[in-house]
Design a protein around this ligand. Structure first.
Ligand code: 5GP
Ligand code: MN
Length: 343
């Protein structure tokens, strides 16, 4: 749901606006680990808007690398990847007067940056659309009904009276965030406001068709073959539980020369099978198995990921981790799903 900008708490808006009056304040924008289109799009969109508003010292820090299909975003080269430059990232966060925390709502979501952000003295402003924000943020713009953080960033600048700061480049970033978090307007977007904001972004000169191609039609052949392999060889369907899942071991990833982002979107294919309302993807990493969940209707994968996989997210899209071997992780998942659907 899009929020009427007037609905963004006016007191919070005016507090934030006064913090932004001194243009020399050091501002850092931070987003979550394994940054996706909304994380990077909302962060770079915000970066550009703040620069356009006259803020002189703005930086974007992400915990780790993000997929190649986001590297065309304007000012992508400005992003500081903490896993590559840990010292620089920590110094920036420690020295910031203001830290905008975008597209996450709990400190564990930024992994190695967690302790530095917790102990940093700057004012922490949360702008996010995940449910149940944790305490620890100073100014909280939390709207779980919103399609994306990118949409909220637009509304934030409108509420500040600074919508003119959203130029074409900022709009490209925010558009990318909305498109990726709604699966190209196929979920979390049953609200006219999302389209009205999208229209305003397009009006700045954004070429939506080009952005769609850049995000979705730039598969490497390895990535495309990995997708084919997932669907033909690794898909398990549990019809009685209306569940389908895919698992990928390290050897599978090596075989297809896995690159960051290559499994993005794979879990959605499992959900697009008729009568499937819960889908999962298990991917083996160095020291854990990453789990992605997607669901339809009122199957709450945020709860499921929180309760069983050290994770969270949204009702219909969530993620988590397992520290057990793949085989026992999958067995446990099957048991949990059977219990969930029998009850
Ligand atoms: P994905 O499956 O695409 O990685 O993530 C889907 C959603 O769940 C995103 O909104 C993402 O922010 C959230 N998410 C993914 N992994 C985790 C996790 O380990 N913990 C929490 N709290 N949220 C996660
Ligand atoms: Mn998001």
């Amino acid at each position: 749901m899009a929020i009427n900008p007037d609905a963004l708490d006016p007191r919070l808006i005016s507090n934030t606006k006064s913090l932004l009056e001194d243009k020399s304040r050091r501002i850092v924008i931070v987003t979550h680990t394994n940054p996706d289109g909304d994380a990077v799009g909302s962060s770079l969109g915000m970066y550009i808007c703040l620069r356009n508003a006259g803020c002189l010292d703005v930086e974007v820090v992400v915990p780790n690398a993000y997929p190649g299909f986001l590297k065309w975003l304007p000012f992508n080269e400005k992003v500081i990847v903490a896993s590559d430059r840990p010292q620089k990232a920590r110094e920036l966060i420690m020295g910031a007067d203001l830290v905008f925390c975008l597209d996450f709502n709990g400190f564990s979501r930024i992994d190695a940056l967690q302790d530095v952000l917790v102990s940093a003295n700057g004012v922490k402003v949360l702008i996010d659309h995940h449910p149940e924000p944790e305490p620890g943020f100073d100014l909280v713009f939390s709207y779980p009904g919103s399609s994306s953080t990118a949409e909220l960033v637009y509304e934030f600048f409108e509420a500040l009276g600074w919508s003119s700061c959203v130029d074409q480049e900022a709009a490209e970033c925010l558009y990318a965030g909305i498109v990726t978090d709604t699966g190209s307007f196929s979920y979390s977007c049953n609200n006219p406001g999302t389209y009205l904001i999208t229209a305003k972004l397009i009006r700045t000169g954004v070429d939506g068709e080009r952005i769609h191609r850049l995000i979705y039609n730039t598969y490497s052949s390895d990535r495309m073959r990995l997708l084919g392999y997932c669907l033909s060889e690794r898909l398990v369907v549990m019809p009685e539980q209306q569940t389908a899942y895919i698992s990928l071991g390290k050897n599978d990833l090596d075989r297809f020369h896995y690159q960051e982002g290559d499994t993005e979107g794979v879990v959605n294919y499992a959900l697009s099978i008729e009568n499937i309302s819960l889908a999962a993807l298990f991917t083996e990493h160095e020291d854990h198995i990453k789990v992605s969940f997607r669901s339809a209707g009122d199957v709450d994968v945020n709860r499921f990921a929180r309760d069983h996989f050290y994770g969270g997210g949204h009702v219909n899209a969530a993620g988590g981790k397992s520290f057990d071997p793949m085989e026992s992780t999958l067995l446990r998942f099957e048991e949990l799903v059977k219990a969930l659907t029998s009850g």
